[in-house]
Design a protein. Structure first.
Length: 305
């Protein structure tokens, strides 16, 4: 089945959510007109942009203006901030270059990610999937924009303020109230994800926890590792192997192979319960502004176990 889909260049992935619709009472201008004119200078104006022969820039999604600046670079493409032309609402657009797929497995990963986002679309602590489309060599995933950054940048800001203010004796941490709120929302969200949707996250870390304009957390970065669904839901013996290229302190040692090189590809085996480890590391970091160990010390303990 998957081989047929990949080899058929005319195949379009099915739309997994309703078209981008924002009701009239939600439509609002986010900047004054003179600010909008200034912004336009930073946007791609054309639907098809190929100024530098970069495949990531081809076939830009109609109906949106995209900033030239890239928020993130990944294996398959990039993430950009954009604006919906009709409503002038900020969005985040993930642009996936199909030419970077090495095999059928990569294609299946993206399909699983989109399908997972579809199931998770109505939870208040998960960044909403607004639109999905495939144009030319690119797959576009449009999600809501969270204006207050991520937990990683917030923790780094606190560390920087401690350094410049010489807070050596009593470092300023996240307030207990903030830690309780963030962690409670995260655990409730993951409970919903696993128990009601048959999905787990697989990449819990501060960089994947965003804050919207109301300072509410929004979870992103679902790793398309495992989608067992309601029709074929089974226990932990159902595993899937995925390719990764670097160690991650937020992932438990069980995820790592015994390879001595950190640069070669390894396979990790995921279980739904492994999100618990990541949440523990995250909670420790929020309470102490530090991690319980580094990758080096953790690998040493793991190798000596």
């Amino acid at each position: 089945m998957w081989n047929n889909l990949i080899s058929n260049s005319s195949y379009s992935l099915p739309n997994l959510v309703d078209p981008f619709v924002i009701e009239s009472n939600q439509i609002r201008r986010q900047q004054h007109q003179h600010d909008e004119k200034h912004k336009m200078n930073r946007f791609h104006h054309d639907v098809d942009v190929d100024n530098d022969n970069n495949d990531d820039d081809k076939n830009i999604l109609p109906g949106y203006l995209l900033y030239d600046d890239r928020l993130h670079e990944g294996r398959f493409g990039c993430v950009r901030l954009g604006i919906h032309r009709l409503t002038m609402v900020n969005v985040v657009v993930k642009i996936i270059n199909k030419n970077r797929f090495k095999d059928e497995f990569d294609y299946r990963m993206i399909c699983a990610e989109i399908d997972a986002l579809k199931h998770l679309n109505h939870h208040s602590n998960i960044a909403r999937l607004l639109q999905f489309d495939e144009i030319g060599n690119n797959i576009f995933i449009v999600q809501e924009y969270c204006s207050r950054g991520n937990l990683d940048s917030y923790i780094e800001k606190i560390l920087y303020e401690n350094e410049i203010n010489h807070h050596h004796e009593k470092n300023r941490l996240l307030s207990i109230g903030d830690v309780v709120r963030i962690f409670t929302d995260l655990v409730e969200c993951l409970t919903f994800v696993q128990e009601y949707c048959g999905i787990y996250h697989g990449a819990i870390k501060p960089a994947n926890i965003l804050f919207d304009h109301n300072n509410q957390i929004k979870l992103i970065g679902f790793c398309p590792t495992y989608l067992f669904g309601q029709n074929n839901r089974q226990k932990s013996e159902n595993l899937i192997k995925l390719q990764y290229t670097e160690y991650d302190v937020y992932q438990p040692p069980e995820c790592w192979s015994s390879s001595s090189s950190s640069n070669i590809k390894r396979y990790r085996i995921y279980l739904p319960t492994l999100d618990v480890w990541s949440c523990g590391i995250l909670l420790y970091e929020m309470l102490t502004n530090s991690k319980p160990f580094t990758i080096g010390t953790l690998m040493e303990k793991f190798n000596n176990f």
